[in-house]
Design a protein around this ligand. Structure first.
Ligand code: GTP
Ligand code: MG
Length: 187
């Protein structure tokens, strides 16, 4: 035995229905993508082992849920012990961007974590592969506003932002590596 303990990190991914939460997970965990939309029912999790650049071994346990169920309670078990929360929107859907603040609030209410000002959130804008003409007009400006709004009650933290494509595998690995590092600090 090496005596090395593998660290289990719990990550929650939240955001409106259809933004690509399940697709991001599938790209990251199995390197797969499906064009077909199959709404997530209830909640589920996937695991993936990751070696960070300091050779530290971690297991990410990523909890996925149905965006459609936002106003139903998922139960405290879903949120309990979370080490990082991914707030996900679709770069073609302005409403999904504007809803990030309520997803964050929802998370903080449900998870009941002790020091919300220090809790690590990360923002993912997915579907950057789509044509620019379909993207939210003035996306960067609106995104900056939302990110500032999200960080208002944070203890001087800046929440990392990633623009990804689950479809074309752009930035997905990089985003989850940052998630792992942030989650590890939270442990
Ligand atoms: P719910 O389970 O309902 O909350 O949705 P979700 O957030 O899990 O979205 P899902 O991953 O099921 O993706 C919704 C649709 O968007 C599917 O048709 C996907 O194929 C598509 N999609 C996901 N990611 C991308 C992407 O990066 N680019 C493009 N073009 N389409 C994507
Ligand atoms: Mg889903």
């Amino acid at each position: 035995m090496s005596g090395k303990k593998k660290t289990l990190l719990k990550v929650i991914i939240l955001g409106d229905s259809g933004v690509g939460k399940t697709s991001l997970m599938q790209r990251f965990v199995d390197d797969k993508f499906s064009q077909q939309y199959k709404a997530t029912i209830g909640a589920d999790f996937l695991r993936k082992d990751l070696t960070l650049d300091n050779n530290k071994q971690v297991t990410l346990q990523i909890w996925d849920t149905a965006g459609q169920e936002r106003f139903q309670s998922l139960g405290v078990a879903f949120y309990r012990g979370a080490d990082c929360c991914i707030l996900c929107f679709d770069v073609t859907n302005e409403k999904s961007l504007n809803n990030l603040t309520s997803w964050k609030d929802e998370f903080l209410v449900q998870s009941n974590i002790s020091n919300p000002q220090d809790f690590p959130f990360i923002i993912i804008g997915n579907k950057i592969d789509v044509d620019d003409s379909k993207k939210i007009p003035s996306l960067q400006k609106k995104l900056n506003n939302i990110v500032n709004q999200l960080a208002v009650n944070a203890n001087g933290l800046t929440y990392p932002v990633f623009e990804t494509s689950a479809k074309d595998a752009i930035n997905v690995q990089a985003a989850f590596e940052v998630v792992a590092k942030m989650a590890l600090q939270q442990e």
